[in-house]
Design a binder for this molecule. Sequence first.
Ligand code: AGP
Length: 608
Amino acid sequence: MCGIVGYTGLRQAGPVLLDGLRRLEYRGYDSAGIALVTDDGDLFVEKRAGKVANLEDALAGDPPSAGIGLGHTRWATHGRPSDLNAHPHSDCTGRITVVHNGIVENFRELRGELAAHGHSLKSETDTEVVAHLVEDAYKGDLADAVRAALRRLEGAYALVVMHRDEPERLVGARFNAPLIVGVGDGESFLASDAAAIVAYTKKVIFLADGDVADLLPGKVTITDRDGNAIQRVIDIIPWSAEAAEKGGYPHFMLKEIHEQPTALTSAMAGRVRGETICLEELDPIRERLADIDRVEMIACGTAYFASLVGSSLMQDWLGVSARSTVASEFRYSPPPIDARTLVVAVTQSGETADTIAAARLAGDRGALVVAVTNTVGSAITREAHASVFLQAGPEVAVAATKTFVAQVLTLVLLTAEVSRQLGRRTLEQEHELVKELRLLPAKAARAIELSSVAEEMATRYADAVGFMYIGRAFGYPAALEGALKIKEISYLHAEGYAAGELKHGPISLLDADVPLVAVATRSVVYEKLISNLMEGQARDARVIAVATEGDENIAKLATDVLWVPDTAEPLSPILAVIPLQLFAYHMAVARGRDVDQPRNLAKSVTVE
Ligand code: AGP
């Protein structure tokens, strides 16, 4: 949602904060700002609507000399994007400054109360009330004042507060929004995620909800909101700063598409052993897994599409009822849930508010909750009885790519493991699957190679007014994901549809300006899919087929073909999505879009 970074130590804080903000910009880019307590003892604040580049222009490359500061990049919720609403926000005295990610739900009530007590609030944001609450509570100890202010807040927050008169101290707090502490040698950091600080330290503390972190250079004290001391372990970030850089690619999205063979290899690391699959993460919940009689998957966006593959497989391989539900809808019509229900929450960031809320509801009703996430230490891991990590490395582009394929693969592994434990699949079936899994990274690399035609194709399709994407069975989630990629980064309408539904309405949209993209890889539904493809062709639509290498039939039917290698059907969405990602990428480039930071979006959505 928003990105936060804070620093206290011997370095120049300004460049550390700007570097962190650039790395966090994927979280929001409506505005950016920093505050510093300068070496002269002044509180310096600069903030600008728009991207971090605007802030850098305003600073003219020369922030004042300071060893402490905080910074923020915003995805607007309360108050339109503007210089005034940009963070940091300050109190009446101009000594206290705050950055915040989340939503203060009772901010209207607090605003009224603060105004009645003579406070002057300048912005339209919910965040500004925090600065004024701290001002009211301040009696010479910033951490005490922050704790007092927190006790008044309802809603979600990750925040960092700084006081001009305590020029080495930062206080951070989290509740339902991510915040980590970076532990350095003679320096300390706070950040929304590790990407902002990994260039300086790999030692981090994942704060839990309700934690308050009191930072001095090289010293971190953690308490709860009442001031009781809390011990938290230090974790080591397993990737380097370079992993979160473009590495010579023009965009993060292109880099991450090319990282997919490696991401698939990593997702299998330690889990595909010899001829079998073993997820040790499930060991603590084996007994409960043995009893499950139903599976519910919850997720949003791309993760939801990946979960469709997972629930379909769970139903098939486990022989129990399984379904996927968009997390934001799950709570409004929750299914019957009890101790025998396995709930799988799929989320790249592990911070998506809708998914966390749905997982919490499921947990409260007694379900066995498993998180499938890319982010160690994220909020979803605290809601879950077990967490299976994607091991895909950091994904920076707002449009998810490598984490989709890692999610599908991880769900296949999870399903294979559980179905074997329940005795629903034979060892021979598992050996067959493992054989295919071992070939998958090389096949993904081949799919990338075969998709080189997507660049030229995009120039021919850049004038389309919209797209219809269709697929059946395992091709359906790939079609949905392909359409989402076009929408997100090209700003063109693209509808993902179950191919059989085309004739029940959306076929009326097809014409020469609305191409049909059909996921028509080898499968049991291939012939039916071909019929749907021909229905589109008969309506003058240009047809792009994603097809299995060697399928001579399809080249005669489609205007263009994006080839992928053959694989086992449950793994087919992993390969089918690759040309669709590249087609969407090149469409966005051809249409001059901001590929990595598309308008109105943010990578992790920590509000409901
Ligand atoms: C996909 O390109 C988007 N970034 C979005 O749909 C995303 O998948 C969704 O917001 C869920 O995020 P999560 O996986 O971090 O929960």
